[in-house]
Design a protein around this ligand. Structure first.
Ligand SMILES: [Zn+2]
Length: 405
C-alpha cells in the first residue's frame, strides 16, 4: 500500500525496500527476518540491513516468540520483528459539515482517544479552518496524557478536489476560498507534519484496511452525505488521478443544463442526490414546510406524502444512472455505498437496482456486488489515521541516514 507514487514524499530505492519490509510487518504482525526475505523475494542480508535501520528509527522492535510461519519448527522460540506501537502517535481528522472528528492512534493504529469538536459554521476561510483544527487537536490531546507536541503526524480528510501529493485543495464546500495551498498554513499552526486528503479516498482506505474491501483488488466506494464522493481502489491501490481532480463522481453530469450544484455547475449527480439537493427540492415544492434533514423527507414519504416520495424516487433514478456508468467504466468486483448518518433506502431500492441493470452494457454476466455500509465519523477518521501512519512511516524512513546499509 505504501508507494512512492502516492506519497507527497519521494523515495530512493533503499528507502522503498525499508518501507516494503515495514509494510509487510504491519500486515503480517510479528514475523522473522527469514520469513520476510522469503515473502518479499529478497536476500536475507537486505532484510537484515533494512530491519536494523527500522529498529534504529524506532518503527519496529525485536520480540521473542513463536513464528506464524508453517515452515518454522513448532515450539522453538525465535527472534521476531513487530511494530513498535508506542513509538509514534498520529491524529486522523474528518471535517464534516457540523463537526470535526479527531481520532488519536498509536503507530499500530490502536485508538488512544476519540474527540468531537462542534463547528458553528459549515464553511470557513483556510486560516480559520487550520486554527480550528489546532483547537480540536489540543482538546483531543487534553483527554490523554499527551500534548500536541507528542504527535508525529496529522492527517485530515475533507470533501472536495484535493491534490494530496502537495496538500493543495482545488475546491471544497468546507472552504470559502478556492485553490488553497495548505502546506504553508500547516507549517504556521501545526507543530508536526500534516497531510490533507479527499475524504472519500480515506473511506476507501478504511474499507480496504478494516471494512468491506478487505481482500478485494478492484472496488469502488461511493460516499453519500452532504455531497457524493468516490474512492477508487484498482489492483489493490488507491487511484488518485494525476492532479487530484479525478474520481469526482458527485460532479459527473447526469442531466444537460440540469439542477444547480454547489460547485457552481449544472446537472451534477450531487445536485440530485446530496442531502442539500433533496432538502432544496422539497423546500421549493412545499414552501411553508421546509425539511430540516433527509430523515424528515423519509418520514414524510413513509407517511404517504406524494412530493416526498417523488423527490426520493428521482434521486434514486439519478443515482442508479450514475452507478451504471461507474460499472461501465470500471467493471469492479464490488461497489460499497458508504455513509455516516444518512439513510439509504431510496438509493438501493429495487427500482434503483433495475435502473442500474438497464444502464449497464449488455453482457451475460451478473452485476458486481453492491453493498451498503453505514458507519459513523469514527471510521472516516480511522481512514485518515491510517493515511497519517503511512505518511509518518515514509517520513521516518526518509530521515534515516542514507549511508546505512
Ligand atoms: Zn457539481
Amino acid at each position: 500500500m505504501l508507494s512512492n507514487k502516492d506519497s507527497p514524499v519521494s523515495l530512493d530505492q533503499r528507502n522503498a525496500t525499508r518501507l516494503r519490509v515495514l509494510e509487510h510487518i504491519r500486515t503480517r504482525g510479528a514475523t522473522s527476518r527469514i520469513d520476510i526475505a522469503t515473502a518479499l523475494n529478497t536476500s536475507p542480508a537486505t532484510v537484515t540491513a533494512a530491519t536494523a535501520d527500522l529498529i534504529s528509527a524506532g518503527l519496529i522492535k525485536e520480540v521473542v516468540g513463536e513464528s506464524k510461519s508453517k515452515s518454522a519448527k513448532r515450539g522453538r522460540p525465535r527472534v521476531l520483528l513487530q511494530l513498535d506501537g508506542s513509538s509514534y502517535f498520529v491524529a486522523g481528522l474528518k471535517i464534516a459539515r457540523q463537526v470535526i472528528s479527531v481520532l488519536l492512534v498509536d503507530f499500530e493504529g490502536k485508538e488512544v482517544t476519540l474527540h468531537t469538536h462542534s463547528l458553528n459554521k459549515t464553511s470557513m476561510s483556510p486560516r480559520d479552518l487550520v486554527k480550528t483544527i489546532y483547537t480540536a487537536l489540543e482538546e483531543a490531546c487534553s483527554r490523554t496524557e499527551m500534548t500536541i507536541g507528542d504527535l508525529s503526524g496529522v492527517s485530515i480528510g475533507i470533501a472536495g478536489l484535493v491534490d494530496a501529493k502537495r496538500n493543495f485543495v482545488h475546491w471544497s464546500s468546507s472552504l470559502t476560498e478556492r485553490n488553497v495551498d495548505f502546506s504553508r498554513l500547516f507549517k504556521e499552526y501545526i507543530p508536526c507534519p500534516a497531510f490533507i486528503e479527499n475524504d472519500a479516498n480515506l473511506v476507501a482506505k478504511a474499507e480496504q484496511l478494516f471494512g468491506l474491501g478487505i481482500g478485494l483488488r478492484n472496488f469502488l466506494v461511493v460516499t453519500i452525505e452532504h455531497g457524493v464522493g468516490l474512492g477508487i481502489v484498482l489492483d489493490g491501490k488507491l487511484y488518485r488521478g494525476e492532479r487530484g481532480c479525478g474520481a469526482e463522481f458527485g460532479h459527473a453530469k447526469v442531466q444537460l443544463d440540469g439542477a444547480l450544484c454547489q460547485c457552481g455547475q449544472r446537472g451534477c449527480l450531487e445536485a440530485y442526490v446530496g442531502d442539500y439537493a433533496l432538502i432544496r427540492e422539497m423546500t421549493v415544492a412545499t414552501q411553508d414546510r421546509k425539511p430540516e434533514t433527509v430523515s424528515d423527507i423519509h418520514e414524510r414519504a413513509n407517511s404517504g406524502e406524494q412530493m416526498a416520495i417523488s423527490v426520493l424516487n428521482r434521486a434514486g433514478q439519478m443515482f442508479g444512472l450514475g452507478i451504471s456508468n461507474l460499472i461501465n467504466l470500471f467493471d469492479p468486483e464490488c461497489i460499497i455505498l458508504s455513509g455516516a448518518q444518512m439513510s439509504f433506502e431510496h438509493l438501493c431500492s429495487d427500482e434503483v437496482m433495475d435502473r442500474i441493470q438497464s444502464g449497464v452494457a449488455n453482457v451475460d454476466a451478473p452485476l458486481p456486488d453492491i453493498k451498503v455500509h453505514h458507519w459513523g465519523d469514527l471510521m472516516w477518521a480511522k481512514g485518515a489515521a491510517a493515511y497519517g501512519i503511512e505518511q509518518v512511516s515514509i517520513l521516518k524512513v526518509k530521515e534515516l541516514p542514507t549511508n546505512a546499509a
